[in-house]
Design a protein around this ligand. Structure first.
Ligand code: ASP
Ligand code: MG
Length: 440
């Protein structure tokens, strides 16, 4: 059994829903996990805000607008009048539900019930479409088997026991459809796995039923080796380890949130990123295996602030680092990169909301310099320590760019370099030419 998860854009129109239905109907056993149609969850958030603000006119208007959108989808999706009226009847009921809330005592559980409607609608329309087209599938209610505890943390064991039990009821069925994102909390109320949580659902259900593979279908063809916005000729990386994928995720490479694939990683279930627009493309295969050697990808993160603390007292002193780290901890600011010498420490942060308070305290320890508008360029790969020359190759490539900091050896998967943001595009291009283009 495999899990196929489709994001909002993959089911974002009647045409896309038809394409997904054709794609999953290949006779292999699978559970299809769907997000809400693109834009829907955002609209629901807007409706919720109007309820909280006691602006019922605006809520009614936003609901009507969303309802219109779905009425059009239904017209395009179904052929027979009987299915059009079945779908409209279902929508009528869902939209009556959205309208029935009152502004006076709107609560958090109302909020969560509203947020869940996007996935409930997309999966029901998908199932109806399958029925009309004689595609044999069963719609499973994720609320019955995706459970979280009172802190909103998924209950893996329960999910496993319950999802297996649900599947046992349909021994002959090959195609199952269910909702991403939504779940049930210990009070038995509808809850969710936070925005973007459908990937997490797919990974949790996959781990729960010991799936062979979790496929995440989006509108990109996997993780690229460099940023296609700045560099020409980038290509999707065929294979990555979970560790490499996690390094890249921090840099905003269009990839899954590392936490969302943890359940699959722990169960050793590969996660494959596939492109709905180009289903035959291989995509990116992420597994626990350390496949391939050498440099695989380059990514960059902007809005980095680099801070240098210099103090003669640091020389041969112990406890110095702890004092610095405690200041950042106190101000709930995480440090991303560190470089040290005997008398100075340089570090980077990506959130400077507490910068002034942090600097005031750091100045009690030593002299402090701050550089804003920095970028971390990160080179990721399987750079086994016995192999020589990776660091030299990377630094030689950007010998023309002034480097503020380097981090190497934190893990064997990453070499990070801090530069001025104004040099980012130049650095990405130089690295691309030297590490990828010339090699191929
Ligand atoms: N529909 C939800 C959201 O937009 C969940 C998801 O798409 O993953 O956040
Ligand atoms: Mg989404």
């Amino acid at each position: 059994m495999k899990i196929y998860k489709f994001g909002g854009t993959s089911v974002g129109s009647a045409e896309r829903i038809k394409a997904v239905s054709a794609l999953v109907n290949d006779g292999d056993k699978k559970i299809v996990v769907l997000s809400a149609m693109s834009g829907t969850t955002n609209s629901l958030v807007e409706i919720i805000e109007y309820y909280y603000k006691k602006n019922s006119d605006a809520a009614t208007e936003a609901i009507a607008e969303l309802e219109n959108k779905y009425t059009k989808v239904v017209k395009e999706l179904f052929k027979n009048d009987s299915y059009i009226s079945k779908a409209n009847c279902f929508l009528k009921e869902r939209f009556a539900f959205l309208k029935h809330f009152s502004c006076s005592n709107f609560s958090i559980s109302d909020e969560k019930a509203i947020l869940a409607q996007g996935e409930i609608i997309s999966t029901n329309l998908f199932q109806l479409y399958n029925e009309e087209n004689k595609i044999d599938s069963v719609l499973l209610n994720a609320l019955e088997f995706v459970k979280v505890d009172s802190d909103g943390e998924p209950l893996l064991n329960e999910i496993s026991v319950l999802s297996k039990k649900v599947l046992e009821k349909y021994p002959k069925t090959k195609l199952f459809v269910t909702q991403g994102f939504i779940c049930t909390n210990p009070e038995g109320q509808i809850d969710n796995l936070k925005r973007g949580g459908s990937d997490y659902s797919a990974s949790l259900i996959g781990a729960g039923i010991d799936a062979e593979e979790v496929q995440i279908w989006t509108d990109i063809d996997g993780v690229h080796n460099n940023d296609p916005r700045y560099v020409e000729g980038t290509y999707p990386i065929a294979k990555l380890s979970f560790d490499e994928a996690a390094e890249l995720a921090y840099f905003g490479a269009k990839i899954l949130h590392p936490a969302s694939i943890l359940p699959a990683k722990h169960k050793n279930i590969p996660v494959v990123l596939k492109n709905t627009m180009e289903p035959s493309a291989a995509g990116t295969y992420i597994s626990n295996e350390n496949v391939g050697e050498g440099i695989k990808a380059i990514a960059a993160k902007d809005n980095i602030t680099a801070i240098k603390i210099k103090s003669g007292r640091m020389l041969l002193a112990y406890g110095f680092m702890r004092r610095i780290f405690e200041i950042f901890e106190k101000h709930k600011t995480s440090i991303d990169m560190i470089a040290t010498s005997e008398v100075a420490v340089s570090l980077t942060i990506d959130n400077d909301s507490k910068l002034d308070a942090i600097l005031n305290e750091l100045r009690e320890i030593g002299s402090v310099t701050v550089d804003k508008n920095q970028t971390i360029v990160c080179v990721v790969g399987n750079m086994i320590s016995e192999a020589k020359g990776f660091a030299a190759q990377i630094l030689n490539s950007i010998s023309d760019v002034s480097v503020r900091m380097i981090s190497y050896g934190g893990s064997r998967h990453n070499i990070s370099i801090v530069i001025d943001t104004e040099n980012k595009i130049k650095a990405l291009k130089l690295l691309n030419d030297n590490l990828f283009t010339k090699k191929n």
